[in-house]
Each structure stands twice: as structure tokens, then as C-alpha cells.
Design a protein around this ligand. Structure first.
Ligand code: XIL
Length: 355
């Protein structure tokens, strides 16, 4: 989540070098061809975006999504917070709408997310152990949700953000307390596989480009899951990054994640202007760096072997719909502007995907 704040001093020098490569052009003059082709038509892998059911009521946004993307992630309506009701029943109205839109437009669905330390609904906390074992309830939830979207879901973020914020070890949660630190994670993968024999089962996390310790722990967890026989079949890197991230960090992260041989999902990419550590950069400079970050990410992803490019997902298409803009109205983290016009970041993605 918050990419900034963890590192007090990012490699400003490296960023300045990359900037000079952009020449003296300011952000306004970063040209975007009027006839820029849709992302999904040029990328040799699926292009995803997140969506909330209410977005589908906005015809301009729904049209933009259908034109640009061929994979959908539910922004929050497939999380326990939404699905699990206080009495332990499940609601699927909004996730079903998102799934129906994906189906109607021939898009893949990326299930997000089954088990997340941040969400531990009361119904689980209050479970009467005499009536139903915690493990049974945990399994029942995963089976119900995954079975519902079987056939449409190309992948599931089975466990989200399992690694501790500072990268030292794994996060504690209701799930780890009741079922065991490692056991709850392995059980989630085995159960998801029972419910869907086809979907790619992903481990998804953030700050993997910023925090070397966290990335190492993430990879160790993946290796341990594989060694235990758990059906982990993909790695997701969220990539909520800031425009002033040092050049090279993203490339190194993507290359290291790929070293295990699993498919890689760029799962929640956005590039914040306002979360940048360097507060002295002008908006024009931030926008230029934002474009460079989108370019570096797309190029690093394209450098992977085809079989390891699972999908490339933007966490929202238009600036105005982004969670970051809700957090800070001055941000503009996406590759399409508020009117749905492509920004220089979109042109950078197209150029990289076509190469
Ligand atoms: C965010 C959504 O964008 C917000 O709308 C919601 O209120 C909170 O969650 N990591 C994740 C995503 O895995 O699910 C989060 O999405 C962003 C951070």
C-alpha cells in the first residue's frame, strides 16, 4: 500500500540520470498519438484493470474498460469484507455483476482476494468451535467463492500480503493464530485447487521493488510452499509505486521474482505523483518520471519469457477513479486522464508492448 514513507532517501541521483534522458520536454509536451491503439490489442498477454460494480454504471468508463482491457480484478467486492455477512452468510451481488461484465466482454476474471490478514470478519472471529471447526469454515469459504467463478477466473490471489511490512517474517492474523503461520497459507492453496483445477493460484504482495528484505522473504515463502507441495502457480507484484522510484529497482524486482520460473502478474500497477518522497520535484518532472516508470515496468515485463507473462493489471484506468485520487485529490496516478484520454504513460505502455 503506502510505497512512500518506508525509505527516507531513495536514489535521487539515479532518477536524475534517467530524467536527463527525457530531454528538456515538459510533461505537457509528452506527445500522445491521437490514434493510440488499445492496450489489449498490442500486448502479447492479458491487460487487466480493477473495477467496482458501480463503475459499470458509468457508460464512458465501461466502454473504456471494454476497449482497453481483457481481464478484470474486483477492486474490493470479492474480498471477505464484502462477501461475508455478520451472520456468516455470503453475498455475491456485486461480484456477480463484475463477473457478468467480464463474461459478456470475453474478459478473464482475476479473483482478488481469498485470504488477507487485513480482513477477518466478525463471523469468523465468533465461530463456535463446537459447532463447526475453524478449518472447516475457512475451507467452506474458499470452496464457495472459488467454485462460483470456476471457468471464468483465470487466476486467484489466494493469499494477499502474507509478508510482514518490514519484510522480517510473515504477518500474524486471525488465520495464522487459529490455523498456524505456514499451515493456513498452504491450506488456502490446497483448498483453492480443489475448487478450481485450472486457475493460476497466486501469492500477491506489495513493496517488493522498494524493500529487498521483503522481496527475499516473499520468495522464500513461495519456495517453501512449492517444497511442501502446495499448488502455488504464480506470483503477483502489486506495484503501487511512486513516480520518484529509482530507475532499475522495478527491473531488478521483476527479474528476481521470475527466477523461480513461475508466471508473474503485475497485479495492481499505479504510479503516484503525491506519494513521491522527493517533495522538491515539479509536477512536470513528476509526470515525466511517471511515464518513465510505466515504460520501465512494461519493458521489464516484456523481457520475461512469454510463458512467465501472466498478465499486466492497472489499478484503475482513469485518474479520477483511482483509490489514490480518493486519498489525495492532487494525485494523477493512472495512464488515462479524467476524460479517458490516454496520457504519456499509455503511449509508453503501447510502445513497450509492441517492441
Ligand atoms: C484497495 C482498493 O483500491 C480500495 O478501493 C479499497 O478501499 C481498499 O483496497 N492492496 C490490495 C488491494 O491488494 O486490494 C487494495 O485495494 C490496494 C492495496
Amino acid at each position: 500500500m503506502a510505497a512512500s514513507g518506508l525509505y527516507s532517501r531513495r536514489a535521487v541521483v539515479g532518477s536524475a540520470l534517467a530524467l536527463s534522458a527525457c530531454g528538456a520536454k515538459d510533461a505537457q509536451s509528452q506527445s500522445v498519438p491521437a490514434d493510440l491503439p488499445p492496450l489489449k490489442t498490442v500486448a502479447p498477454f492479458r491487460i487487466g484493470t480493477c473495477v467496482q460494480a458501480l463503475h459499470l454504471d458509468d457508460p464512458a468508463l465501461a466502454a473504456l474498460i471494454a476497449r482497453q482491457a481483457n481481464q478484470l480484478t474486483a477492486e474490493w467486492q470479492m474480498k471477505m469484507e464484502y462477501i461475508v455477512q455478520p451472520d456468516g452468510s455470503f453475498r455475491f451481488d456485486a461480484p456477480d455483476r463484475i463477473a457478468a461484465f467480464a463474461r459478456a466482454h470475453g474478459m478473464g476474471l482475476l479473483g482478488h482476494t481469498l485470504i488477507w490478514y487485513a480482513q477477518a470478519p466478525e463471523a469468523f472471529q465468533r465461530l463456535d468451535e463446537n459447532r463447526i471447526g475453524f478449518a472447516d469454515a475457512y475451507r467452506n469459504y474458499i470452496l464457495a467463492v472459488v467454485e462460483r467463478y470456476r471457468g471464468l477466473a483465470v487466476g486467484w490471489d489466494v493469499v494477499n500480503e502474507a509478508v510482514a511490512e518490514d519484510g522480517n517474517g510473515w504477518r500474524g492474523s486471525l488465520w495464522s493464530e487459529r490455523l498456524g503461520d505456514f499451515e493456513h497459507i498452504a491450506l488456502a492453496y490446497r483448498t483453492a485447487r480443489e475448487a478450481d483445477p485450472q486457475a493460476t493460484l497466486l501469492l500477491n504482495d506489495y513493496n517488493l521493488e522498494y524493500n529487498d528484505t521483503k522481496r527475499a522473504t516473499f520468495l522464500k515463502l513461495a519456495e517453501r510452499l512449492l517444497a511442501s507441495g502446495a499448488p502455488l502457480t504464480g506470483l503477483g507484484t502489486q506495484m503501487h509505486v511512486a513516480a520518484d522510484i529509482a530507475p532499475g529497482k522495478i527491473t531488478r524486482m521483476i527479474r528476481e521474482l521470475a527466477s523461480l520460473g513461475l508466471p508473474i502478474h503485475v497485479s495492481e500497477l499505479d504510479v503516484s505523483l503525491t506519494r513521491s518522497e522527493n517533495k522538491l520535484l515539479s509536477r512536470g518532472e513528476l509526470l515525466r518520471r511517471q511515464t518513465a516508470v510505466y515504460a520501465e515496468t512494461a519493458e521489464a515485463f516484456m523481457a520475461l519469457p512469454q510463458r512467465q507473462r501472466f498478465a499486466f493489471t492497472l489499478w484503475g484506468l482513469r485518474d479520477r477513479d483511482s483509490w489514490l485520487t480518493a486519498e489525495n485529490a492532487g494525485d494523477a496516478p493512472a495512464v488515462f486522464d479524467n476524460a479517458g484520454r490516454p496520457k504519456a504513460g499509455a503511449a509508453a505502455l503501447v510502445a513497450a508492448f509492441r517492441a
